[in-house]
Ligand binder design. Sequence first.
Ligand code: AMP
Length: 207
Amino acid sequence: MNILLIWIQGSGKGTQARKIAADYGYSFFEMGQKLRNFSELDHPRSSEVKSHMEQGRLVPDDLIVAMLEHYRDTHRDEKVLFDGIPRSSSQKALFDAVFPDYFVVFLDLKREQAIDRLAGRKIDPTTGESFPAHFEGTFSPFTGERLISRPDDTPQAVAKRIEIFYENTLPLLALWAQENKHRVYTVDASKDIETVYEQIKVVLSAY
Ligand code: AMP
């Protein structure tokens, strides 16, 4: 069964997602990274995507659904770990139509802690993996790539992403609870990476 990771920015989900995908054989669909790659293409809508991302706004749903459908059609028979989708109730409806079978892991983190974790982080431009401000290296130990600051980690864009999380994404938990079709598991993401991963492993052991 597919897994959806729901989180606030900075909850360390990208790190957890990579561990789950590697240890449990999931394909990894990372919406933000797919959009970052798309924004660099020579495509008529790339600059539109780039501009939305720079401001921390949601990219229009028609592009999101086209990417989901393409992924479904090219990854049949694979179990997929989704990160960064859905982020609104309209996206949830689109997502449910394309990938109906999944359970949700909600990585719960307080707003202040999320902002702290975002401050000064660096990312690997090829994989999108993020490294906290206290990471001292200049290069990713995994790919050897030089780490960069994310262009959309400006205070304004971060504030916008956090606002969207509370206004559009968090209410999805109530929708899932009402529908009672998809299980939602809450994990305390304030702990260190290994402790959080242990909690996630307990959830996954049920599948
Ligand atoms: P992330 O890497 O998950 O922080 O996403 C970076 C940016 O990509 C967001 O601030 C949005 O501009 C865009 N984005 C990511 N996921 C979505 C989504 N599900 N729908 C629309 N835009 C998205």
